[in-house]
Design a protein around this ligand. Structure first.
Ligand SMILES: Cc1cc2nc3c(=O)[nH]c(=O)nc-3n(C[C@H](O)[C@H](O)[C@H](O)COP(=O)(O)OP(=O)(O)OC[C@H]3O[C@@H](n4cnc5c(N)ncnc54)[C@H](O)[C@@H]3O)c2cc1C
Length: 569
């Protein structure tokens, strides 16, 4: 009796210590009370140490509780809702926008299943199909959903602290690099108490900003990309100067080529002018990459591929731009910006595409300070309750608008044409139409912009109504396509008028190509034998992550063929 009483007292004390505001909730709405009970039991068993598990059998009751929780500032991490209640998700999400929304659906693989529409329109983040026999699989799925929620929370541990002036555009660049390397970090204004304290502790003069302070006390003042890359712990110089294959560019095509080349035993060097991931690394959610039905963050996908290439034995070098490529006997030599070079038996060019520029000088001057080329993943959270604009009418612009709409007050898509349907997939057009805070202005161009250190307004020319109008704008994302990174290549690597590299048999018909081999060009081979192109940089390639990955894997087979032929000669 005494021991039982003691246990009760301990439980009561533990319950009292677990203030609901400290522990985020997993909230279940299941109209079947038996199923609700089982779910609550399983979730408590699996996650009860870190989360409060709550549930209701009706949407009305659930909404009332969620309102009370919102009033009491009690966070919700996960809303797990059965399909009959899926309409309720919208209201619940308004109250708890940070919560991940999981639809619990019955086994029905027709296109009329409510989950198909909910996922397409972005009304749910994940789904689970029931009944399930495998508890382990459900536990794993829930852990994945929770880890998606956790990754969006402020980090508990900051590996890097950045102290910068409020309007310093370089802080935005630092934030981008930290995000691309998945480094937990915090940014502190130099005028804030925390910022002043950090500078004091580091003994740094506040006139020399931005300052980056590593967890172990290392201080870097106004770092450039190589400084930062070194502090993060990645290579900025190749540790070999000769290899079998040098890959230029660490986007999906280059990194996949590295995974395959290194795993097949080739001495492989990857040279990347910035950080890994390429364009794909800036994409908040890639929904069409096979194997990820709920989509995957481009940054995470690329980080994993980079890790995989490294574990297979590839030498990966960041913050090192390739500036020239030359023949040297049978070898190819890649020259780098720091004056060093890498000699290789074969070279894969996977340098992708540079965003096309707006060409408005006052906006170009604000790049990184409110004007962004492409959708910067790291900026999304910072857009909370802001009015933001996107220039562009392609799929990237459509995806970015939906992603930003989760945080921004309004997102306005500015399109030059008179319909989105010509340039954007219909599923995205439908999703945009049903997202109330995404607005579309057709036949509208950005002609100017201004701001004091950071963008605060843009000027729009509306060709439909023939008006010029200045509107407040917290950010402008420019997504109007791009130009390939091929300006550094020699003339005998032939490209089309836009700069995309020509490859394969078609080269033989090109008037500028002098092909002197006693074989035809291999499928991804450029007009310089032994130099291949993969991904967006190649003329005719499909500008997608999966196709870049496919070409990256394919090109390694061709590199083998070239190297084998070379040794035979
Ligand atoms: C915002 C956004 C969203 C997107 N969403 C999707 C999507 O949902 N689904 C989809 O399938 N596709 C999507 N795409 C397209 C997709 O990201 C690209 O097709 C893909 O990244 C191309 O891969 P790549 O390896 O060919 O080139 P990139 O990803 O462009 O990588 C090229 C790399 O080469 C480096 N480089 C360039 N020049 C040099 C040099 N001289 N020396 C060294 N390194 C150099 C660059 O820094 C870059 O890291 C999206 C693109 C963007 C921008």
């Amino acid at each position: 009796m005494g021991r039982a009483h003691g246990r009760e007292t301990l439980q009561a004390r533990a319950a009292a210590m677990r203030s609901a505001a400290d522990f985020p909730a997993l909230f279940v709405v299941d109209h079947d009370p038996n199923s609700l009970g089982l779910l609550l039991f399983d979730l408590s068993r699996w996650f009860g140490n870190d989360f409060i598990v709550r549930g209701e059998a009706s949407s009305e009751a659930a909404l009332a509780v969620l309102r009370e929780m919102d009033d009491a500032n009690e966070p919700v991490a996960l809303l797990l809702v059965d399909d009959a209640a899926s309409d309720f998700l919208a209201s619940a999400h308004e109250l708890h926008p940070a919560a991940k929304r999981v639809l619990l659906v019955d086994r029905d693989y027709t296109t009329t299943s409510p989950v198909v529409q909910a996922m397409t329109l972005g009304r749910a983040d994940f789904h689970i199909v029931r009944p399930w026999a495998d508890h382990e699989a459900v536990h794993n799925a829930m852990s994945e959903f929770l880890s998606a929620w956790t990754s969006e929370q402020e980090p508990n541990f900051e590996e890097f602290r950045i102290v910068a002036a409020e309007d310093d555009g370089r802080a935005v660049q630092l934030r981008d690099v930290m995000t691309r390397f998945s480094m937990p970090f915090g940014i502190y204004g130099v005028e804030s108490d925390a910022g002043r304290r950090l500078l004091d502790e580091a003994g740094v003069d506040p006139t020399r900003l931005p300052v980056v302070i590593r967890y172990d006390g290392q201080v870097i003042i106004d770092p450039d990309l190589p400084d930062l890359a070194r502090a993060i712990g990645v290579n900025v110089k190749s540790d070999v100067d000769t290899c079998e294959v040098a890959i230029v560019g660490a986007g999906p095509a280059g990194l996949t080529a590295a995974v395959y080349a290194a795993s097949e035993g080739l001495e492989t060097v990857v040279l990347e002018r910035a950080v890994s991931g390429g364009q794909a690394g800036t994409s908040p959610l890639i929904r069409n990459y096979p194997g990820f039905p709920h989509g995957i963050s481009g940054g995470i996908l690329m980080e994993r591929t980079c890790e995989q290439a490294w574990l297979m034995g590839a030498h990966i070098v960041f913050a090192q731009q390739a500036v020239a490529l030359e023949r040297s006997g049978g070898d190819r030599v890649v020259r780098l910006l720091d004056g060093t070079e890498v000699r290789a038996g074969a070279v894969v060019i996977a340098t992708g595409v540079e965003w096309r520029r707006l060409g408005v000088p006052r906006l170009e001057a604000l790049v990184g300070s409110g004007v962004f080329y492409g959708a910067a993943v790291s900026e999304t959270r910072a857009m909370q309750d802001q009015d933001v604009f996107i220039v562009g009418a392609g799929n990237s612009a459509g995806q970015a608008s939906l992603h930003l709409a989760r945080h921004a007050r309004t997102v306005t898509l500015l399109a030059r044409g008179d319909t989105l349907a010509k340039s954007m997939s219909s599923y995205l057009v439908r999703a945009i139409e049903s997202t109330p805070n995404v607005l579309v202005r057709q036949r509208t161009e950005v002609v100017d912009g201004a701001g004091d250190g950071t963008l605060n307004r843009i000027t729009l020319a509306d060709h439909h109504h023939d008006t010029i109008e200045e509107v407040p704008a917290a950010a402008l994302f420019v997504m109007i396509g791009g130009e390939p990174h091929t300006e550094w290549l020699p003339e005998d690597i032939v490209h089309d008028p836009q700069g995309y590299l020509l490859t394969g048999r078609g080269l033989l018909e090109h008037p500028e190509v002098r092909w002197e081999q006693d074989r035809e060009p291999l499928p991804l081979e450029t007009s310089m034998p032994g130099v291949f192109a993969a991904g967006d940089v190649r003329q005719g390639s499909i500008k997608r992550v999966a196709s870049g990955v496919g070409e990256g894997a394919t090109v390694v087979r061709l590199v083998h063929d070239h190297l084998t032929e070379r040794t035979r000669r």
